[in-house]
Design a protein around this ligand. Structure first.
Ligand code: HXC
Length: 259
């Protein structure tokens, strides 16, 4: 499948998706979202694909936000009637397999929100995160006020949303927004290698681990612990559980079957 606004490549069991509007700093418009929804659905449906990486083309930006030129003249009623931005939650966040955002520059507004939809963020040392929507007379609309606050805490999230200031990679790592910082030149290779490590894991266990950590992010402690126990018990029914534990006991590498 070829797309107008993104590039999709397969690297063995890793799908690499690249936002590809560098002339607009990879701003996210309706067409980009449609392409991403399709690409993530294809990734989820393909049993040969185990982990994905999302990055931005060009050296400057992961994504500089939702496309301001698309929104500038849009009537409020249309935002409401189209339930504008809802597709990000259902079509991107709904991806069941793990995926990594490799943030290679500006991740602003919707770009920061998209990065935060990933299971984790790897940031180049040039990455800059921000929720500058207030400067446009609006506020985050793709989950930013909620995910940023959960990621970095109220004080920093509030300061960033109210002032629109950007956070550099060092501060983002210190604050828990990103998993690791990688030199810009190595970011893509590192992200693909990390994704290949995940892709080599038993796939059902990878999906369940993802679901569990997201539960911690999205539910209360008691519900999260209860659900974790049930999901753990579910995994004990898999062939890969028998194989993984038997391989350990027999001191040999495991061979995963994905069931
Ligand atoms: C549309 C954008 C864009 C965006 C950049 N461009 N960001 N187009 N939507 N979000 C376009 C510019 O118009 C320009 O194209 C080209 O990309 C290069 O951008 P420059 O501004 O010339 O680059 P530079 O001077 O290096 O500045 C980089 C920047 C700046 C600091 C990232 O572009 C910027 O501030 N962008 C907007 C960031 C932002 O406010 N994001 C939040 C959007 S709202 P042309 O053809 O004009 O030269 C959002 C959620 C809204 O994401 C949710 C609530 C409704």
């Amino acid at each position: 499948m070829t797309y107008q606004n993104i590039l999709v490549e397969r690297h063995d069991a890793v799908t690499l998706i690249t936002l590809n509007r560098p002339q607009a700093l990879n701003a996210l418009n309706t067409e980009v979202l449609a392409d991403l929804i399709d690409a993530f659905a294809a990734f989820d449906a393909d049993p040969g694909q185990r982990c994905a990486v999302l990055t931005g083309s060009g050296e400057k930006a992961f994504a500089a936000g939702a496309d301001i030129k698309e929104m500038v003249d849009k009537p409020a009623a249309d935002f409401f009637l189209q339930d504008f931005f809802s597709g990000w939650q259902s079509g991107v966040v709904g991806t069941r397999k793990p995926w990594i955002a490799a943030v290679n520059g500006f991740a602003l507004g919707g770009g920061c929100e998209l990065a935060m939809m990933a299971d984790f963020i790897l940031a180049s040392d040039t990455a800059k995160f921000g929720q500058p929507e207030i400067k446009l007379g609006v506020a985050p609309g793709m989950g930013g006020s909620q995910r940023l606050t959960r990621a970095v805490g109220k004080a920093k999230a509030m300061e960033m949303c109210l002032t629109g200031r950007m956070m550099g990679a060092e501060e983002a790592e210190r604050s828990g927004l990103v998993a690791r910082i990688v030199p810009a030149a190595d970011l893509l290779a590192d992200a693909l290698k990390t994704a290949a490590t995940i892709a080599a894991m038993p796939p059902l266990a990878a999906m369940v681990n993802k679901e569990m950590v997201n539960l911690a992010f999205e539910s209360g402690l008691a519900q999260g612990i209860q659900s974790e126990r049930r999901l753990f018990q579910l995994l004990t029914a898999t062939e890969d559980k028998r194989e993984g534990m038997t391989a350990f006991v027999e001191k040999r590498p495991a061979v995963w079957v994905g069931r």
